[in-house]
Ligand binder design. Structure first.
Ligand code: NAD
Length: 307
């Protein structure tokens, strides 16, 4: 059985996959796109992380594919309806990356609140003008969470320890009984000092934070997105930061990755990271172990792990 590995995996995970079938790893190929088209044709299992997109144009080349195993949570890089119509099972590891992305979110919030990236660049440029770096405290402030799922709830738990009160917007949660307050989106944007976005990417969440919605934010607010690109009007966000219409922002995910307007990012309180929410040794190992287990389960006829 041929297993095509398209993105870099923990070596222990690759070893386990080798016990299941014959692995071909194209993750470090210089011609990954053409190798993918060629090698997918007789692969029965394909293992991807977020670095590979499986469109219908690519999947049409797969003649023997039975399983797409996403080592991680997001499956927006897979044409799910093509897979379904062609009896290709898709499986993912929804919880493995959680702690890592949540911790990165906390890091981006703290970084933006104290302008740490700008201050770091300042010191390393042999400058010492402390008055440029007046930050804001998180204590006693309101954190608004958009998308109160697994990641959103864990961010809430961590930021409560900073003395923040939590409000959230999630149209799919109607019976919440915890201390966090459910608000409509506009209200959340108006009252929050920090807004953190944790939605899944769907048609409804695409451009959820449009120019019109971003204009509802306080000028003193911080906006962080570690969920998916395309949820925020990034161009307008940068404009707001340039014109002091927002205190700061943190982005791990972008509409285009890498982002196209990087030259605009300098000297504003925008902390950026290259989609590294899941990039910790622990998360990658956990996702890899889940992926191997999911493949084994499907091969043994247990389809409960298929989406
Ligand atoms: P989850 O499914 O547990 O939570 C998502 C929440 O969004 C759900 O509660 C859902 O009800 C809510 N939601 C759906 N549509 C909404 C809408 N229109 N408005 C508001 N809320 C809406 O997912 P999760 O595990 O918490 O992950 C959250 C996001 O983080 C996902 O997009 C995932 O892909 C992303 N993620 C990113 C990284 C990274 O590397 N940066 C790593 C892991 C996860």
């Amino acid at each position: 059985m041929k297993i095509l590995i398209c993105d870099k995996l923990n070596p222990n995970v690759s070893n386990e996959l080798n016990k299941i079938g014959n692995c071909l790893d194209i993750s470090e190929s210089d011609n990954k796109s053409s190798d993918l088209l060629k090698e997918i044709s007789n692969a029965e299992i394909i293992v991807i992380r977020s670095g590979t997109t499986l469109t219908s144009d690519i999947l049409e080349h797969a003649k023997e594919l039975k399983i797409i195993a996403r080592c991680g949570v997001g499956v927006d890089n897979i044409d799910l309806s093509y897979a379904k119509n062609n009896n290709i099972l898709v499986t993912n590891s929804p919880a493995a990356n959680l702690i890592s992305v949540v911790e990165l979110t906390v890091a981006l919030i703290i970084n933006a609140s104290r302008k740490i990236t700008l201050a770091d660049q300042h010191v390393k440029s042999s400058d010492w003008n402390r008055s440029k770096f007046l930050g804001i405290e998180l204590y006693g402030k309101t954190l608004g969470i958009i998308g109160f799922g697994k990641a959103g709830k864990l961010v809430s738990e961590r930021m409560k320890a900073f003395g923040m009160s939590i409000v959230f917007y999630d149209p799919f949660i109607s019976d919440w009984e915890g201390p966090e307050q459910s608000l409509e989106l506009d209200q959340l944007l108006k009252v929050s000092d920090v807004v953190s976005v944790h939605v899944v990417k769907t048609k409804e969440t695409e451009n959820l934070l449009s120019k019109e919605k971003l204009n509802l934010l306080k000028e003193s607010a911080i906006l962080v997105n570690t969920s998916r690109g395309g949820v925020i009007d990034e161009k307008y966000l940068v404009e707001m930061l340039k014109n002091n219409k927002l205190f700061g922002a943190g982005l791990d995910v972008f509409e285009a990755e890498p982002p196209l307007n990087v030259s605009e990012f300098h000297e504003i309180n925008l902390v950026t990271t290259p989609h590294i929410g899941a990039s910790t040794a622990e998360a990658q190992l956990k996702a890899g172990i889940d992926t191997v287990e999911n493949i084994k389960k499907i091969l043994s006829g247990d389809l409960t792990v298929a989406l």
